[in-house]
Design a protein around this ligand. Sequence first.
Ligand SMILES: [Zn+2]
Length: 390
Amino acid sequence: MRTFADVAGDDAASTRHRVLAAVRDHGPISRAELARRTGLAASTITTATQGLAVEGVLHETEDAGESVSRTGPRGRGLSVDPALASVAGVDFGFRTVRVVVCDLHARALATRESRLAERYSSEEGLSVAAELYRAAVAELSAGQGAVVTVGVALPGPIDAVRRRVIGSSVLPGWSEVTAGRLADTFGVDTVVENDANLAALGEHVFGAGRDVADSLTVKFHSGIGAGLIVRDRLVGSAGSGEIGHFAVAADGPVCRCGKRGCLDTFAAIPALLEAVAGGAATPDVRSLLASTAAGDARASRIVSDAAELVGDAASRACLLFAPQRVIVVGAMAEAGDVVLEPFARALRRGLIPDTPSAPEIVRGELAERSTVMGAVALALTASGWLPVAS
Ligand SMILES: [Zn+2]
C-alpha cells in the first residue's frame, strides 16, 4: 500500500517529506520554485529530487493539466508519478452502482456500472459493487500501483465519527453498515460519505466549483440534497445539507422520513414521475427528460414547478452562508434550461434584493460523475495524495 505517508515517511520536518508535500500541493513545479516554497537550498532540492526520481516517485511532466492540485502553477516541472498508487470511487445510487478506479492525478483508468432494483439491500449492493470493483482493478496495467483507498458515496446520512450508516428510512436495508464492513468488501482502507456531500466535493475539486472557495452544490435527483464547501473544505456532518426535508407545505403528503410536506415529496424524481404518470404506468427518468426536451407542456410544467421549489430551498441555504457559486447536479440538472431557469429565478427571489453577494448559478461540469469523482477526491484526501485546505 502506498499512501502519501508510506512514501514520504512520518517525519513532516524531513527533507523528503517537505519536498514531496510541496510537489503534491503545487506540482508540476520547477526545482527553483520548489526551493522557494520549501526554503531548502537548491543543492538539497537537486539531491532530493534526483533520489525521488530514481525511486520512481517523481517524474518530469510537460502538461500542467495533469496536476491534482487546484491552484498549482502552470508549466513544465516535477510532479508525483501518477502510477505510484491508485484510488477508487464507488457511488451507490438509488438504482445504480458506479465504480471508477483512478491514478493519483484522478485520471479514470477503469469504470464499471450496474443497474439494481430500487431499494436494493446492502448485501446485494455490496456484492455487486465488489464484483464491479474486482473487474475494474483487473483492467489496470502492470505498472499501475495497487488501489490504496476506496471512497464510497451513499444516499443517506453518514456518521463520520463512528464511521457507519445511520439507521434511516432513506436506506432501509443499510442501517448500521460500517466503514469496516465496506473495507472488508473491497479489501482495502475505505472511507464513506453522503452522496450530496461528495457531489459537492467532486465539483469543487474537479468541476464547476474548482475556482471558488465557497460553493453550494444542490443534487436534484431521486432525493434532493445539498453539499457545502466553505473555504475550500467540505463541511457538515450526518444529516447536514438535507434540504430535501425542508417543509414546503404543512398539509402535504407524509415523507419517507416521517415528516409531512417535505420538498422531496413534491420535487424529487419519484414524485415527478408519479405526477407525470397521473395514474398510468410510471415512466422512467429518461423518458421524462425526453418529454421535456421535446417541449411536452405538461411534463415541462411539472419539472419547472419542482425546480422552483428546489431553487427556493437553495435560497434559504444561501442566506445562511452566502456561497460564491451554486452548482446544480443530478439527473434533473441534465434537463437544462427547463430546470435551471426556474431554479435560478426562485433562488434569486429568495435572496435579499440587490444583494451584492448573489451567487452565480451554474450546472455541474461532471454530469452523472460528480458524486463518484467526489468519492475519488475523498479517497485521494484520505490516503494523503490530495492536500486538505488549511
Ligand atoms: Zn422528509
